[in-house]
Each structure stands twice: as structure tokens, then as C-alpha cells.
Design a protein around this ligand. Structure first.
Ligand SMILES: Nc1nc2c(c(=O)[nH]1)N[C@H]1C(S)=C(S)[C@@H](COP(=O)(O)OP(=O)(O)OC[C@H]3O[C@@H](n4cnc5c(=O)[nH]c(N)nc54)[C@H](O)[C@@H]3O)O[C@H]1N2
Ligand SMILES: Nc1nc2c(c(=O)[nH]1)N[C@H]1C(S)=C(S)[C@@H](COP(=O)(O)OP(=O)(O)OC[C@H]3O[C@@H](n4cnc5c(=O)[nH]c(N)nc54)[C@H](O)[C@@H]3O)O[C@H]1N2
Ligand code: SF4
Ligand SMILES: [Mo]
Length: 748
């Protein structure tokens, strides 16, 4: 018998991590049967990692939530969309009416940044709710970098990206791109790009308390004491000044505060920080000299430098060194992307702006400042649990698993039980969504179009790449953007049957008006009605994307430049369009009040006292850091057989000397405890760890009967964030400290 359905091929960008690799999908009927790298993808050239292959398992995972679920006693039962939305409409608006908009919190998780629905329609939902209680995964991730960039360059999304393909020297702190493939640094096949850097005679230096996969493939590895990157970087800055190696070059005329930084660095001599950092003073001087001597060099810091006690200072100093060595905004250094969908630094006045303003609101209980209109998620549990006016009573969680991903995880787990009402938009019934009164299914990767609005703004080349849906949505299913818009309609008091088409049109017109108002847009000043008539028939994320592209920096300006970008043009290029290497953008990219790179922002300068004080602190005792695993993705891919077992084990790694002293035996269970709690976990004795530092991967749940994760439930696991104390935050950004947590380890 011959098969009824011929295999078909579709192309799409991988939605799983920031690398944005091109995939070639093979489908039979509605089934995804094979995933390969798309060799013709203009950016990834066929590269993929094991996670993408697991999309086949994800699509057929029987545990995936495909119909709305409604709480029924201790469990959940299936319901129709109409019943689910009606229930939300009967519960949510009364809470808002009685207790005000802030009584409803929103948590937005990481996958939102990887899909158009989340990126473009969550803001609509948050606006409709009008709540100040917005929390996202940003405050357990890159908030310090965004805060530092906002101070220095005037926008939280003006983040300098390593120009890896042209650099000759790269210093990486607190990132493990051989496993993670990079973050705030979109570069498919980053492992290959780093190999190429060394093959052309360049040098790769890694600073990490663990001898990571990346460290093992580097020229040099420095096993730093966790939380001391700012000390190390300050000593590098000190050396640059002291040895007259600071050469900002053309940046000098565009930079203010260089002298202030020189004064601040004065006391951070390599000798002063050597003990704290665990890195020899001579080595620090050599690192500084080599950075200064290299023709093109770049410093890059990521999760390990952000989710720590001095996250903002470390993130700031990364770019201070890039500026002082003349490597900011220069080929082979750290450069600014110019994204095709535009952004804060492609609008407004080139070279000047309002800059950063934080703390317009504060959390009720601890008084923590807002950054970019969101609060630190480390404060969410107390905002729910602590009685009083303004308490959070309801939560909408979209593609997030904060019970596993955020600090004091067990307390948050209890807090979610204390809510009056919770909605989760998620593809799994997991540690977080199990608390929801209503779970609304997210959408399959195959039935939605894809464009990386976020990551094309953070990539090491300028790229535009749209993938149309590989499959039509099934009858009766609802696209994720429609789910979010439906929730927005309910929040706005329009009920569960609001006119989605009208709401969507309103959203799209707003985006179009903003685009036409932007003096830097090729569509600036175009006739609104004429432009609207070109998109009036469209809908959803695709229409918004089309407007962003056409009004963006390479756009067709609604007909003004027929060669320019539009969604139609991208559809004609299924393997993406390469818009070329990164270009110099200073001073035009700046949006600071002074019109300069503000190298010594006041708030940051003040925080240096805290850093200085830490030098006098007594050391000793074990500290915990995290790690990522190649065949895993934060908290939600442990349920896929293709990614289970093997190297993917939830263990605590510890140096042999520490293990001997504590009488810990390889493979045996141990109890790891911190001020927040304790977990039992298997021990792995390995000299990849720096003595005094232990490592546990995040993303594993405690195993909970109510979750529907059959494959994951069979694997030994423990929630590392049960150990992260919610009171440990980076002072300037409110970001959680997830690395460098004091712990004890003992045999069970
Ligand atoms: N200790 C420690 N903690 C950490 C980190 C660390 O390094 N150490 N890293 C932090 C970082 S960098 C991040 S980004 C956060 C992540 O924190 P979160 O974003 O809270 O967690 P994820 O594991 O990404 O969970 C995503 C959720 O989205 C669901 N999901 C997946 N795809 C879709 C979809 O298409 N639609 C919908 N609606 N739902 C979907 C999944 O089922 C899951 O419930 O964790 C942070 N936590
Ligand atoms: N396979 C896989 N890929 C992923 C993910 C995943 O879960 N799995 N998650 C994705 C996400 S959401 C993100 S944000 C990115 C993150 O990508 P990366 O930033 O590369 O994240 P990690 O691999 O956690 O690397 C952080 C490193 O910091 C080190 N570290 C800890 N504390 C310190 C410190 O104080 N100083 C220094 N210098 N180093 C320290 C840790 O040992 C670790 O090696 O990865 C993405 N890609
Ligand atoms: S590296 Fe990231 S984008 Fe590329 S295939 Fe793997 S998960 Fe997908
Ligand atoms: Mo992340």
C-alpha cells in the first residue's frame, strides 16, 4: 500500500533558543516526522543542536495540553474554549472591580520572547489590565544588562553584541555558549564561530568558576570566585589606566565620565582584588594588556555576570572595558544591531534622548523599584502572601514556570495556592500551571508563523527571516495571539465574546500610527488611510510584523522604496535575508540626555561603595552556582524522550577536595541547604568545579503528583531554586541572585 500523504518540506526558524537556527521540517499529514538543519539558511547554514531534533517528540508528546483545562477538585478536567473564557470572565473582572487593577499580577516567561504572539500581544493584555504588578523572567536573567545599557546608551535594548566573526580576542565571563549557544548574542553555531576565531589565530579566554565545555575549548580559563566579576573588571580598568593603555579612539569625543571611571578604579588594584576573585594579580594585568594589544577584541558577559550580587556593576564594566580599549562600535568589537523591525534606537532623535528613568513605582511589601515597567519576580510571593491593601489576588501566567525558575521557589509554590484566581496559558500541566483555575493551551510551533523580533535585535549580523506556519490550525483551535487578545478583551470589560477583529484592528492601527510618526522611518509622514488600506484585510501577528517591517529601517515605506522590506518580500525568501555585518552606529544609536556614552552614571557610581565594602568581607564556606545542559531547555523539555537520560542528570557537582573533606561519595544522595531551604540530590565529584563552589542545573522540578509530565516524573530531580533566597537581589536592577548562594552540603 502506498502512503496517503506525501511527505512535505517546510522551513522555519527554531523557536527554542536565541540562536535562531533555520530548520528544515518534514511533515506527513499533520505529523512532524523529521527535523534537519536548513543548509540554505542565510545565517545558520545547516547548523542545529539536539534540542531542535526533539521538536518531533514535542509535537507528539501525549502530555501536551491541547484543550482548555478547568480546575475540578484536586485536579483538572477538559473544557471547551467557550466554557473556559466564560469562567475567566465570571472571576477576573469582579476581582478587578473590588480590589483594583493591581490586584491582578502577570508573569511572562521566556518562550514569549521566542514567538510573535507573546511579543506582540502580551503588551496588549498588560495594558488592558492596567496593572503595575508585571513580572517576567527578565528579572531572573538579563535585567542588569538592560539597566546598565539604559544608563550608558539611553535604551535598555541598545545592547552591544560581540562581532564574533571579525574579532581576534574574546573574553567571556559567566557564559557557556558551547552549551547555551549564546544569549543577548544571537549567533547560530556559536561553537563553530568560536572555533573559527581560534583557527584564524585569535584568542578565547573564559572566566567561570566551573571548567565548562566552553572553557575546555578556550585558550585560557580563569576559575573565578562567584560574584567577583566586577572586582576583576575594575582591576582590568585600573590596569588600562595605570599602564596608559586606555585608548577609546574615536569614541572619546562621544563619551562622558571617563575621568570618573579612572578615579573609581584607582583603588581596585589587581593586588587588592586578587584574593577576592581568586585570580592572581599578574594574570589580571596580562588579561588587561592582551585586551589592549589585540587589534580587535571584545568582552562579553552573560547569565553568570547578571544573576549575581553585583550584576549591574559587572554588566556595566563589561562595556566600560569595551569602550576604554576602543572596541565598542568597531568591527571585531561589540557592536549595535540595526533590527529590521526597528526599536527604541531607530526612532526618536538620533544621538540623544530621555535616557533611563527607573523607580516610578515600587512594590508594596519591600518597596523594590520598577525597571522598564516591571517588578522583580523575587517579590512576587510576598506580594501574594502578605496581607493588606494592594495584595495580589489573581495571576495570569503566560508561558512561564516561575515555581521552578524563580527564587524561593517553594514559597512561591505555596503563594500560588493562596490566590483567589489563576489563569495559565501554557502547553503543559506543570509545577506552575497546576495551580491555575483555568489552563489555556498554548499553540504548536507548526501552526504559527515565526519571526524573531527580539533576537534579530541582538544578533551578530543584521538578519530578517520569516517562516510561515507549516500547518493550518485545526478546526476549533485558537491561535495563541487570539487567546491573549481574548484575555485582553475580558480584562478591558468587553466580556468573553468581544469583537476580536475590531480589537486587533485597533492594535494594528496604533502600531501603524506610531510607525508613520517616526521621523527616522522610510514611511514617515505617509498618509495613514492609504497605508491602512494596504493592511486593513490582514490580521494577527503577521499584520503587525508587516507594519513593523515596512516602517522599519530597511522597510519599503509603504511603497516609497519598492526594494525595501515587507512581509511579502520575506515570504519570497524562505531561507532569510542577510542584511549584512553590523555597522558602526555611534553616535546615532545613542538616546542619552547628554548625547554621549555615559560611562559613569550616577546610580552606578553610588553602587561602587557596595562593591568596595565587599572586599573586606570574610570568605569561606561553599557557594552554589547554576549550569545549563545541552539536551535541556530551562524547565520545560525534560518530558521529551529524545532529551532524557544520558548526560542530562540533575546532580550537584563538587570538587574532589571538598567532597573528601565533607565525606561525600560519588553517586550518593546529599542534602544541599541554604537560608531558603534544602534539597536532596545526587553528588557528582569532579575537578571541573573550582574548590569551594558547587553547581546544580536549574529547571528541574521537585516532582509533583499533580503535574502531567510522565517522562520527566521518572527522572531524579530537585528544584535548585528552592535554594535561592528571595532577599538576595542585585541592588541596582532588582535581579535575583541565582549564583554565589552560600550553601552547606552534607550526606543524607
Ligand atoms: N537557578 C537558576 N534559575 C534560573 C536560571 C538560572 O540560570 N539559574 N535561569 C533563568 C533564566 S535565564 C530564564 S530565561 C528563566 C526561565 O523562566 P521561565 O520562563 O519561567 O521558565 P521556562 O522554563 O522557560 O518555562 C516556560 C513555560 O512556558 C511553557 N511553554 C513552552 N512553549 C510554550 C508556548 O509556545 N506557548 C505557551 N503558552 N507556553 C509555552 C512551558 O511549558 C513552561 O511552563 O529561568 C531563570 N531561572
Ligand atoms: N541547552 C540549553 N541552551 C540554553 C538554555 C538551556 O536551558 N539549555 N537556556 C537559554 C537561556 S533562557 C539563556 S538566558 C541562555 C544563557 O546562556 P549562558 O549565559 O551561556 O548561560 P549558562 O550556560 O547558564 O552559563 C552561565 C555560566 O556562568 C557561570 N557562573 C556562575 N556564577 C558566575 C560568576 O559569578 N561569575 C562568572 N564569571 N561565571 C559564573 C556558570 O558556571 C555557567 O557556566 O541559554 C539559553 N540556551
Ligand atoms: S542552537 Fe538553539 S536555535 Fe539552534 S537548533 Fe538548537 S535550540 Fe534551536
Ligand atoms: Mo534566559
Amino acid at each position: 500500500m502506498t502512503s496517503v500523504t506525501e511527505p512535505r518540506t517546510g522551513y522555519r526558524t527554531c523557536p527554542l533558543c536565541e540562536a535562531t537556527c533555520g530548520l528544515e521540517l518534514t511533515l506527513e499529514g499533520r505529523s512532524l516526522v523529521r527535523v534537519r538543519g536548513d543548509r540554505e539558511d542565510v545565517f545558520s547554514r545547516g547548523y542545529i543542536c539536539p534540542k531542535a531534533l526533539a521538536l518531533v517528540d514535542l509535537e507528539r508528546d501525549p502530555d501536551i495540553v491541547r484543550t482548555p483545562l478547568i480546575r475540578d477538585g484536586d485536579g483538572h478536567r477538559e473544557a471547551s474554549w467557550a466554557e473556559a473564557f466564560a469562567l475567566i470572565d465570571s472571576r477576573l473582572p469582579p476581582i478587578i472591580a473590588e480590589h483594583g487593577p493591581d490586584s491582578v499580577a502577570v508573569y511572562l516567561g521566556n518562550p514569549n520572547v521566542h514567538n510573535l504572539a507573546g511579543l506582540l500581544y502580551n503588551p496588549v493584555l498588560v495594558r488592558a489590565l492596567g496593572t503595575a504588578n508585571l513580572y517576567t523572567a527578565t528579572s531572573v536573567d538579563q535585567m542588569p544588562k538592560q539597566v546598565a545599557c539604559a544608563y550608558m546608551f539611553g535604551s535598555g535594548l541598545s545592547i552591544p553584541i560581540p562581532d564574533v566573526d571579525r574579532t581576534e580576542h574574546m573574553l567571556i565571563l559567566g557564559a557557556n555558549p558551547l552549551v547555551s549557544n549564546g544569549s543577548l548574542f544571537t549567533a547560530p553555531d556559536l561553537p563553530g564561530r568560536l572555533r573559527a576565531l581560534r583557527a584564524r589565530g585569535g584568542k578565547l579566554v573564559v572566566v567561570d568558576p566551573r571548567r565548562t565545555e566552553t572553557a575546555r575549548h578556550a585558550d585560557e580559563h580563569h576559575a573565578i570566585v562567584p560574584g567577583t566579576d566586577a572586582h576583576l573588571l575594575f582591576a582590568i580598568v585600573h590596569t588600562l589606566f595605570h599602564e596608559d593603555l586606555a585608548r577609546p579612539g574615536r569614541l572619546e569625543q562621544h563619551t562622558s565620565g571617563i575621568d570618573v571611571v579612572r578615579d573609581l578604579a584607582e583603588q581596585f588594584t589587581p593586588e587588592t582584588v586578587a584574593q577576592a576573585t581568586g585570580i592572581d594579580a599578574g594574570e589580571i594585568r596580562r588579561m588587561a594588556r592582551e585586551l589592549a594589544a589585540a587589534e580587535r577584541a571584545v568582552v562579553y558577559g552573560r547569565v553568570g555576570t547578571c544573576t549575581q550580587e553585583f550584576g549591574t556593576l559587572a554588566s556595566w564594566l563589561v562595556d566600560v572595558v569595551n569602550v576604554l580599549t576602543g572596541n565598542l562600535d568597531r568591527p571585531g568589537g561589540a557592536m549595535f544591531t540595526r533590527p529590521a523591525t526597528g526599536g527604541s534606537n531607530t526612532a526618536g532623535t538620533p544621538g540623544v534622548g530621555k535616557g533611563a528613568r527607573f523607580g516610578r513605582r515600587h512594590t508594596r511589601v519591600r518597596g523594590l523599584a520598577e525597571h522598564f515597567s516591571e517588578f522583580p519576580v523575587a517579590a512576587l510571593a510576598e506580594e501574594i502572601l502578605e496581607a493588606g491593601d494592594g495584595r495580589v489576588r489573581a495571576l495570569i501566567s503566560v508561558a512561564g514556570n516561575p515555581v521552578v525558575s524563580t527564587p524561593d521557589a517553594r514559597r512561591l509554590d505555596r503563594a500560588l495556592d493562596a490566590l483567589d484566581f489563576m489563569v495559565a496559558v501554557d502547553i503543559y500541566l506543570n509545577e506552575t500551571s497546576r495551580h491555575a483555575d483555568v489552563i489555556l493551551p498554548g499553540e504548536s510551533t507548526l501552526t504559527r508563523g515565526h519571526y524573531d523580533v527580539a533576537f534579530t535585535a541582538l544578533s551578530c549580523r543584521n538578519i530578517a527571516h520569516y517562516s510561515p506556519p507549516a500547518l493550518e490550525a485545526e478546526d476549533g483551535s485558537i491561535h495563541e495571539w487570539e487567546v491573549l487578545l481574548r484575555l485582553a478583551g475580558i480584562a478591558a470589560g468587553q466580556g468573553p465574546e468581544a469583537d476580536l477583529r475590531a480589537l486587533d484592528g485597533f492594535v494594528a492601527r496604533g502600531v501603524l500610527e506610531r510607525g508613520l510618526r517616526n521621523a527616522l522611518s522610510p514611511a514617515h509622514g505617509a498618509d495613514l488611510e492609504a497605508a491602512w488600506s494596504e493592511v486593513a484585510d490582514g490580521e494577527g501577528p503577521e499584520r503587525l510584523l508587516d507594519i513593523l517591517l515596512r516602517t522599519g529601517p530597511y522597510g519599503d515605506g509603504f511603497g516609497r522604496d519598492p526594494e525595501g522590506l515587507s512581509l511579502t518580500k520575506l515570504i519570497e525568501h524562505p531561507h532569510g535575508i542577510d542584511l549584512g555585518p553590523l555597522q558602526e552606529r555611534i553616535p546615532e544609536v545613542l538616546r542619552t540626555p547628554s548625547g554621549t556614552i555615559e560611562l559613569a552614571p550616577g546610580d552606578i557610581v553610588e553602587d561602587v561603595d557596595r562593591l568596595r565594602a565587599s572586599l573586606e568581607r570574610a570568605h569561606g564556606g561553599l557557594v552554589l552556582v547554576g549550569r545549563r545542559q545541552l539536551r535541556s531547555n530551562n524547565s520545560w523539555m525534560h518530558n521529551l524522550p529524545a532529551l532524557s537520560g544520558g548526560s542530562n542528570r540533575c546532580t550537584v557537582q563538587i570538587h574532589p577536595e571538598d567532597a573528601a573533606r565533607l565525606k561525600l561519595e560519588e553517586g550518593k544522595p546529599v542534602r544541599v541547604s541554604s537560608s531558603a531551604g534544602s534539597i536532596d540530590i545526587e553528588v557528582e565529584v569532579t575537578d571541573v568545579m573550582r574548590p569551594g563552589v558547587v553547581s546544580i542545573p536549574h529547571g528541574w522540578g521537585d516532582g509533583n503528583g499533580e503535574a502531567r509530565l510522565h517522562v520527566a516524573a521518572g527522572q531524579p530531580a530537585a528544584n535548585s531554586n528552592a535554594l535561592s533566597p528571595a532577599d538576595l537581589i542585585d541592588a541596582l536592577s532588582g535581579n535575583a541572585v541565582l549564583n554565589g548562594i552560600p550553601v552547606t552540603v552534607a550526606p543524607v
